[in-house]
Design a protein around this ligand. Structure first.
Ligand code: SAM
Length: 253
């Protein structure tokens, strides 16, 4: 076993029970095509590989590549030594792809944001994340943790926290608690790509000043009058607005 690299968020799963619980949390059929992000030494891959015919692994750490290549049959398992944040996902994500990963926690939200535009080619995502990130993803309006991450992921996916995961199942133990989440793509909620891009920029703008009233954060973009017309209180804070409110704003600016 190589030394774990902290900068790559390497906390490897070593507990068979939790690995089985994860793999048994979804139905798998032989023809499913999987992408695993950050396979490490293949703890999850090993349990998955016998059930399927194809899996693509994207791992940044070049020292892990020979370990993965030796462990798995190259006819079934394609190992790509790349940074998931830098690689062109349009070459990797095929129709109806299932994505799984015990993600490097330091970049997990960036990975999720990178996957959003590919939601129509994804069957589902199953991720282990820092518990606090899972809680933010599933949060609803009116809570302190509801924000851009909740709105953007819930605009594209139905999200469900499945269970908490103890730090004891990882080597080395992370200092934070973990949780396991499922994200299943929704049908496309936007009117057009133009609307989708507006939505993204309005949500980003609204949450750059979380403590400010929505009429102040969006000043110059939408008037208080128009917010009123959309049944949105101009004095409300960005974290109290629903996804539908942001959809309405982005349709009208
Ligand atoms: N899946 C393994 C397991 O559960 O034992 C390892 C999970 S570990 C939390 C995260 C893995 O992601 C590590 O193997 C790390 O090298 C890899 N990783 C870190 N940053 C990455 C990136 N930008 N692109 C791809 N893989 C990355």
């Amino acid at each position: 076993m190589q030394k774990h690299k902290k900068n790559l968020g390497q906390h490897f799963l070593h507990d068979k029970n939790i690995i089985n619980k994860i793999i048994n949390s979804f139905e798998i059929s032989k023809n499913d095509l999987f992408l695993e992000i950050g396979p490490g030494e293949g703890a999850l891959t090993t349990s998955l590989v016998d059930k399927i015919q194809n899996i693509i692994l994207v791992e940044k750490d070049k020292d892990l590549i020979p370990i993965l290549a030796n462990k798995f049959d190259s006819k079934k398992v394609q190992v790509i030594n790349q940074d998931i944040l830098k690689c062109d996902l349009s070459n990797i994500i095929k129709s109806n792809m299932r994505v799984i990963g015990n993600l490097p926690y330091n970049i997990s939200t960036e990975i999720i944001f990178k996957l959003l535009p590919y939601s129509k080619n994804i069957k589902d995502l199953h991720f282990m994340l820092q518990k606090e990130v899972v809680d933010r993803i599933v949060a609803g309006p009116g809570t302190k943790i509801y924000g851009r991450l909740s709105i953007m992921t819930q605009a594209y996916f139905t999200v469900k926290k499945l269970f908490d995961i103890s730090p004891n199942v990882f080597i080395p133990k992370p200092k934070v608690d973990s949780a396991y989440i499922r994200l299943v793509p929704k049908s496309y909620i936007f009117d057009s790509t133009f609307h989708e891009n507006k939505f993204k920029s309005i949500v980003t703008l609204a949450f750059t000043a979380r403590r400010k009233m929505i009429k102040t954060s969006l000043r110059g973009t939408i008037s208080a009058q128009l917010l009123n017309n959309l049944s949105i209180d101009p004095s409300s804070r960005p974290e109290t607005l629903s996804i539908k409110n942001y959809m309405d704003i982005s349709k009208n600016v």
